[in-house]
Design a binder for this molecule. Structure first.
Ligand code: 6PG
Length: 479
């Protein structure tokens, strides 16, 4: 082996294969390795003309094919398979070499692996990669963590293969040390879940309350995609809704079982938010909505429960209602991103990552699943004020929400009256109203906690902790 490859990719399922091709198409020599060598040879046979590949069969051959310091990218399933591959390759590496994990790993696993390999002088670079198979091939959004040193060596290559934002800048940034990249990717996916849920609710309301057909709703989404909601998910929603099932001639969306699946990254976003004490209620509702949809037996047993069935509006009212739904969708989307960025900021504080929220929003403008025109404005908000307490504190977003809120409330009134579930819209509005409330019932919660458990409370008019002697004369004592 000639030590000529600038990067090696092991794990050549669709994501690994496409990333390897992307590196090669961008002029890098790419060493290839896979557990079953047939896949490696198939890649070279099918795509060898796209660039310089070095096919290898053993771990030793693979490592020897790489120039130093070695850049070795692993694209295998998260969890045990990743640990197995690390254990296979780490003994063959030297100080200064890099292992890049481009899978959807849990950031705590990434922290552990980074710590373990650091002792050996190896840089472990947990890297979020978003954009699906198409993005991996033509330009994903890339969220690397790991050491600054590793980014200095790897960054230029990632910048080359990444998607480019509309202003031409590469959709990659060094998110921060150890698990920062995988944390950012996790929250990206949580926001992805929320975006998809909100779009789903908009679709259901347009169908059941406005009375539009899937094809008509596809047209509405196409129109929305020319405005402030311009995004990949809105664009593909129109595609999915206008697709007709060849076998039955019915709208495709009517022949697919309404049970959503999940691999787990949205769930992690919520679990970690609970640990960090960050209210990501919109993302949580999106995860729960997927879970609820999957309880087929429970849903079947509950179908006879009493409640209204939606009666579609007349044609003249339907168009006005669709405009209101656009407002509700946009306002709820701002809230989901607000919650997601809050979680990134809390994670950054907790783990000392110093994540630049403006840079994160900038690299989500191209390549990834949540790419959207409005991320440009989120970036502008954080660039103008890096310490922005919340996206809702940005004047432009606050004004937009203020302008949307009457319609947002009306849409929820209609949804409630007609029995159409809209947990994402509703959670987003509740979050907004809770944040702006003068007083919350948390004061009562504190009173109850003090009553049954002597958990104490703080007063509005004096410093200190207090307890009321509920079982006695109800006098107050300082705790
Ligand atoms: C991406 C996607 C990608 C994948 C997730 C979500 O950014 O390219 O988020 O990572 O689609 O695995 O899948 P689930 O919906 O199955 O959780």
């Amino acid at each position: 082996m000639s030590n000529s490859a600038q990067i090696g990719v092991t794990g050549l399922a669709v994501m690994g294969r496409n990333l390897a091709r992307n590196f090669a198409r961008n002029g890098y020599t790419v060493a290839l390795h896979n557990r079953t060598a047939a896949r490696t040879h198939a890649l070279v046979a099918d795509f060898g003309h796209e660039g310089d590949f070095v096919a290898t069969e053993t771990a030793k051959e693979f490592v020897e094919a790489l120039e130093r310091p070695r850049r070795l990218m692993i694209m295998v399933k998260a969890g045990e398979p990743t640990d197995a591959v690390i254990q296979e390759f780490a003994p063959l590496l030297e100080p200064g070499d890099m292992i890049i994990d481009g899978g959807n790993a849990h950031f705590e696993d990434t922290r552990r692996r980074e710590r373990d390999l650091r002792g050996q002088g190896i840089h472990f670079v947990g890297t979020g990669v978003s954009g699906g198979e198409e993005g991996a091939l033509n330009g994903p959004s890339i969220m690397p963590g790991g050491s600054k040193e590793s980014y200095a060596s790897l960054g230029p290559m990632l910048e080359k293969i990444s998607a480019k934002a509309p202003d031409g800048s590469p959709c990659v940034t060094h998110c921060g040390p150890d698990g920062a990249g995988h944390f950012v990717k996790m929250v990206h996916n949580g926001i992805e879940y929320a975006d998809m849920q909100l779009i789903g609710e908009a679709y259901q309301l347009l169908r059941d309350v406005a009375g539009y057909s899937p094809a008509q709703i596809a047209d509405i989404f196409r129109t929305w995609n020319t405005g402030r909601l311009d995004s990949y998910l809105i664009e593909i929603t129109a595609e999915v809704l206008s697709h007709v099932d060849a076998a039955t001639g019915k709208p495709f969306v009517d022949v697919v079982q309404d049970r959503a699946e999940q691999k787990g990254t949205g769930r992690w976003t919520v679990q970690i938010a609970l640990d960090l004490g960050v209210p990501v209620s919109g993302i949580a509702e999106a995860v729960f909505a997927r879970s609820l949809s999957g309880h087929a037996d429970l849903r079947a047993a509950s179908r006879e429960l009493v409640g209204p069935r939606a009666k579609p509006l007349g044609e003249s009212e339907a168009a006005a209602f669709a405009d209101r739904v656009e407002q509700a969708l946009y306002a709820s989307k701002i809230v989901s991103y607000t919650q997601g960025f809050h979680e990134i900021s809390a994670g950054s504080d907790q783990y000392d990552w110093d994540i630049d929220l403006g840079a994160v929003s900038a690299i989500w403008r191209g390549g990834c699943i949540i790419r959207a025109a409005f991320l440009d404005r989120i970036r502008a908000a954080y660039d103008a004020r890096p310490d922005l307490p919340s996206l809702l504190s940005d004047e432009t977003f606050a004004q937009e929400i203020a302008a949307a809120q009457d319609d947002w409330r009306e849409v929820l009134v209609a949804a409630t009256r007609q029995g159409v579930p809209a947990p994402g819209f509703s959670a987003a509005l509740a979050y907004y109203d809770a944040l702006r409330a003068d007083r919350l019932p948390a004061a009562l919660t504190q009173g109850q906690r003090d009553f049954f458990g002597a958990h104490t409370y703080r007063r509005v008019d004096r410093e200190g902790s207090f307890h009321t002697l509920w079982g006695g004369d109800r006098s107050e004592v300082e705790a």
